[in-house]
Design a protein around this ligand. Sequence first.
Ligand code: SAM
Length: 295
Amino acid sequence: MPKTEHWQWYVERFAPTEEHHHAVEETYYAGRSAFQDIAVIRTPTFGKMLVLDGDTQSSQHDEKIYHESLVHPALAAVDDRREVLILGGGEGATLREVLRRSDVARCTMVDIDGDVVELSKKYLPEWAAGAFEDPRARVIVGDALAYLRDDRETYGVVISDLTEPLEDSPSNPLFCDAVFTDIKARLAPGGVYVLQASTAGFHNMFVHAKMVRTLRHYYKYVRSFYTHVPAFDNDWAFIACSDGVDVAELASDRIDAYVAGLRGENYFYDAQTHRRLFSLPLYLRRELAKAGETF
Ligand code: SAM
């Protein structure tokens, strides 16, 4: 970066004393919807980025690390993928990954913020890569909380791709006992509920650990997994829950066969990456083993 150049900066403050500064090449949009502040920018290192309420949601150059991790371990684990439900997922990249399997008959996506969906279609078409136009996509603009309460269908996989449950976020009410009960009622027998589940960094793994401890009250298998996501400047965690299948223990030949059935090539996920995702460091395993406070 030439020293004489004057940049505008997007500063993500992820703790009172920690910031990541991104030079901004272009601001495509900055405004407020009925639910949150929305910005769509472009930076030299990460390409285009979606930012909601000051939190990076995904970046063009590494979103596949996040979205392949969120979707494929869960989809690989189930036998029946005909019906899949996504909570949130406004950019359309989670939808894109799900629809790469031809045995998915329908994918329902429920996002509260139509502005995020429309801005993503306009400025971030690489994320959905045509998935919004796929006839198998059913996109509902609405609150996932209400959808889960009223819905009577069942799904082989439920994917939660919601914003972090910070106090002022519209996703906050979705992390509570009543909703975990509703989600469980929507899962087909042997199905998997997978969620993006905050950070796994040594300095801020506590929200994640609380989610894991809470979900253990609902499912036989609750498996934490994570990977470094450069745009988040952190280790990002996910949780796979099921009564029928231990997602951490999928056999490599099952994963190979699943990946071979995906349209196009993966960027990040395969059987070797699966082992790495579910192989947790000692400090995190210790934190997860603690009893006590739940989410
Ligand atoms: N990768 C993500 C992150 O870093 O947090 C999540 C991505 S996705 C953009 C999150 C989506 O959750 C947003 O589009 C937001 O509108 C949606 N969302 C938040 N609360 C919601 C709710 N109550 N019902 C449905 N969607 C919700």
